[in-house]
Design a protein around this ligand. Structure first.
Ligand code: SAH
Length: 263
């Protein structure tokens, strides 16, 4: 039944994207980068820090997710890696908490914007163009905290990113993931609602088939040696135009994992 639903939704979504038929869908699985996705973020980069622009939802959820992170690990003086950092909204806010932050992304323009922005804000994040898998080759077990928010749904193999994050974090360290659940409600809220009705995000930001069920994320993370500590949903109220955290993980959700300490 669920599979039929999802198939139906997929074809509805395909119709939504038929006007995007020139969309480049080149995927280089070798380095786990979807070139079309990177091009999308490159094109929007100049608007990254506009609190009313294309990335408004990221600005709005940032205090909530920063609180979620701060309540579960120590940021002050911690070595933190932000995977898929974009223009640096989360990375800067963690740096302001006293963390020594490295932000990595594969899109060049958001990294340029991030570097320019921190010159204004006075933060001190190190920005690198890299995948998590690439960084894990020579910097494994280097970070106290690894964050990878709103990024897994934009890569060909989220499971490879999760495994790389598990390698990058120190034993006993914390890893945070956020993404979007895959079910009829999330299709309605995260794609139809957010992109076409309320226009919170540009049309085409998300693809339904890239959404990830919490059970899938949990099984990939467990496989990578991470242990689930807590999870929360992120909800948007169109009446108040505000986000809040709550137990329901039907649409957007955030998860906290730990790599067990070596015995
Ligand atoms: N994590 C940030 C930005 C989310 S947008 C935040 O929540 O505020 C998703 C980001 O992931 C984009 O900047 C995009 O360029 C980046 N990205 C997509 N695929 C990537 C990959 N394979 N490696 C690194 N970054 C990637």
């Amino acid at each position: 039944m669920a599979a039929t639903n999802c198939g139906g939704l997929k074809s509805v979504e395909d119709r939504f994207y038929s006007k995007w038929s020139d969309r480049q869908t080149v995927t280089t699985t070798e380095n786990n980068v979807d070139v079309a996705e990177i091009a999308k973020f490159d094109a929007l980069a100049s608007r990254w820090w506009d609190p009313a622009g294309s990335f408004r939802p990221l600005h709005q959820i940032n205090p909530l997710r920063l609180d979620f992170i701060r309540q579960r690990c120590t940021l002050s003086a911690a070595q933190v890696l932000d995977v898929g950092c974009g223009g640096g909204i989360l990375a800067e806010s963690m740096s302001q908490q006293g963390a020594s932050v490295t932000g990595i992304d594969m899109a060049e323009s958001p990294l340029t914007v991030a570097r320019l922005h921190q010159a204004e804000s006075g933060t001190n994040v190190t920005y690198l163009q890299s995948t998590a898998e690439g960084l894990a080759e020579n910097r494994s077990q280097e970070f106290d905290v690894v964050t990878c928010l709103e990024m897994l749904e934009h890569v060909p193999s989220p499971t490879a990113v999760i495994a790389a994050c598990a390698r990058l974090v120190k034993p006993g360290g914390d890893v945070f993931f956020s993404t979007i659940n895959r079910n009829p409600k999330s299709f309605l809220f995260a794609i139809i609602g957010a992109e076409y009705v309320l226009r919170l995000l540009p049309a085409g930001t998300h693809h339904y088939d890239k959404f990830i069920r919490p059970s899938e994320l949990e099984s990939w993370a467990r496989h990578a040696g991470l242990e689930l500590r807590s999870s929360t949903g992120m909800h948007y109220n169109p009446l108040t135009q505000e986000y809040s955290l709550g137990p329901n993980v039907d649409v957007n959700y955030l998860m906290h994992y730990q790599r067990p300490a070596d015995l």
